[in-house]
Design a protein around this ligand. Structure first.
Ligand SMILES: NC(=O)c1ccc[n+]([C@@H]2O[C@H](COP(=O)([O-])OP(=O)(O)OC[C@H]3O[C@@H](n4cnc5c(N)ncnc54)[C@H](O)[C@@H]3O)[C@@H](O)[C@H]2O)c1
Length: 467
């Protein structure tokens, strides 16, 4: 009897997992065995277009921008694109399903420089009209996770470049859709991983590229941020979309803030690649214990049985033998951290607070004066150039402004963007890959190679080659 139940729930799980992987027959009747799922996850799909490594498009003197989703994040993007200035970019259209949110951004833009984009709103697919416009070069997408890929694919198919919020995709199949569409349409699909433009992260990137760390061996990174109040709030996220993922999914739901910078330090898909991971979540407690504190009229009041473990640990091994620990915990009452730890044969860094040690300088961390000397000597030129404006315009300490300014500047100049669709896929796919590992008992799961072998070619990141 017990055996039967185990078999039945396994079948139910594999159906969900098959859907996650994008296996045909990924439905309730799926009979996929664990090994088949693991193999299917790593399967490389045939190309339907031409690769977009180092994609360069003709310079766009003034980038015409459309923004979909004007909640917490999208409204910030509108404010910061506006701050980049009309000399470089103009917002021609904005869209939010909720008219009051679209109009709030319109009002802001009119009062702060006089831009007057066309507003689309009121129905779930109003964003399609924005994508069909001739006067949009770049679509910025800041909607809930489940909308990202359908919107990005449609925008690219209508000739637009796309800048997509994190994580870009939810399933392995969606990652391939993103890659194949970018290749078919020869459009950019950039992951909006703002943390790659943080002052500390750019500094580490510059030091890693300059050999300060020697051979890189290990990293730890994370998204640790107590979001309980915000996730259950009836007004913060649209329709409380974020916590709904915790009801049905267990893995690393938000890997890219920590992992994106690490992937850049380690030249992932530019000489190394994520090979496989094992993932483990602990028990779920914090949300169950939090819901009784909600107002009784909250849909989640007293709700229990959330699926997502409080802390997810995913350990990635790279093709060159490095390991990376990626953590996700948005429910424990602990201080914010992305860890930002990097170890190499010659140096070591950890964030929160930032401290560094260098081989041959004793067993402790560098003293304040020595640390300062490294900060100054290896400050990244992009950060140095934009420091004043980043400080003035803000956005997570200025990193949001630097990211948007840089993306628009690359399009203005017709040079390749710093992050491509392969980065978007490789960093986002950690979510479904880790879910698969968790569900199958923390077994190793191979990453699909979205570059189809091109990862072996050493390529310099745009932000290092052409800052
Ligand atoms: N990079 C970062 O630092 C950062 C920070 C916050 C959020 N994010 C990401 O940004 C995205 C949005 O998060 P958020 O906090 O702004 O959420 P949000 O709920 O505040 O905003 C989402 C917006 O999308 C709108 N929307 C929903 N369905 C739509 C549709 N069909 N058409 C048009 N608009 C629609 C909603 O009305 C809402 O205003 C998420 O992917 C999130 O992970 C990234």
């Amino acid at each position: 009897m017990k055996q039967d139940f185990k078999r039945r729930s396994f079948l139910k799980n594999t159906a969900a997992l098959a859907a996650l992987v994008g296996l045909p027959g990924g439905n309730i009747f799926s009979k996929a065995e664990p090994q088949e799922l693991v193999e299917a996850a790593a399967k490389v799909l045939p190309a339907t277009g031409k690769p977009v490594f180092g994609l360069k498009v003709p310079p766009i003197k003034q980038v015409k921008v459309g923004i979909i989703g004007l909640g917490n994040r999208g409204a910030e993007h509108a404010r910061l694109v506006n701050a980049v200035g009309l000399g470089k970019a103009k917002i021609t259209a904005i869209c939010d399903i909720r008219p009051e949110f679209a109009n709030k951004t319109l009002d802001f833009l009119q009062k702060n420089g006089g831009q007057k984009p066309t507003v689309y709103s009121g129905k779930p697919d109003a964003w399609k009209e924005l994508c069909r416009r001739d006067d949009v070069d770049l679509v910025i997408i800041a909607t809930p996770w489940e909308d990202h890929v359908p919107q990005a694919v449609f925008a690219m198919q209508h000739g637009k470049h796309v800048a997509l919020e994190v994580p870009c995709a939810l399933t392995i199949e969606e990652c391939w859709q993103m890659v194949n569409t970018a290749e078919e349409t020869q459009r950019n699909c950039m992951i909006l991983e703002n943390v790659c433009y943080g002052n500390e992260e750019l500094w580490l990137l510059n030091m890693a590229a300059s050999g300060v760390f020697g051979t890189l061996t290990y990293a730890e990174c994370a998204y640790i941020h107590d979001l309980r109040e915000l996730m259950f709030s009836k007004t913060y996220y649209y329709n409380q979309w974020r916590v709904r993922h915790h009801e049905v999914r267990d893995g690393n739901l938000y890997p890219t803030h920590g992992l994106g910078p690490v992937a850049q330090y380690m030249d992932i898909d530019r000489g190394d690649r994520f090979d496989f991971c094992v993932s483990m979540s602990n028990k779920q407690t914090c949300l169950d214990e939090f819901t009784p504190t909600l107002e009784p009229d909250n849909e989640f009041y007293n709700k229990t049985g959330f699926v997502h473990g409080d802390m997810n640990n995913t350990l990635i091994k790279t093709a060159k033998g490095r390991t990376i620990l990626v953590q996700h915990d948005v429910v424990t009452g602990r201080p914010y951290s992305r860890i930002n730890m990097l170890a190499g044969s010659k140096a070591f860094h950890k964030g929160y607070p930032s401290q560094m040690s260098v081989s041959g300088h004793g067993h402790g961390f560098l003293k304040a004066e020595e640390y300062k000397e490294y900060r100054e000597r290896f400050a990244h030129p992009l950060w140095k150039k934009l420091e004043g404006e980043a400080e003035k315009n803000g956005g997570h300490g200025g990193m949001d402004f630097v990211m948007l300014w840089r993306m628009i500047d690359c399009l203005n100049r017709g040079v390749e963007l710093d992050m491509d669709v392969y980065d978007a896929a490789a960093w986002s796919v950690v979510t479904p890959i880790s879910e698969l590992s968790v569900q199958l008992g923390s077994v190793p799961v191979k990453f699909p190679d979205f570059t189809r072998g091109y990862w072996k070619k050493e390529r310099k990141l745009g932000v290092m080659a052409n800052p």
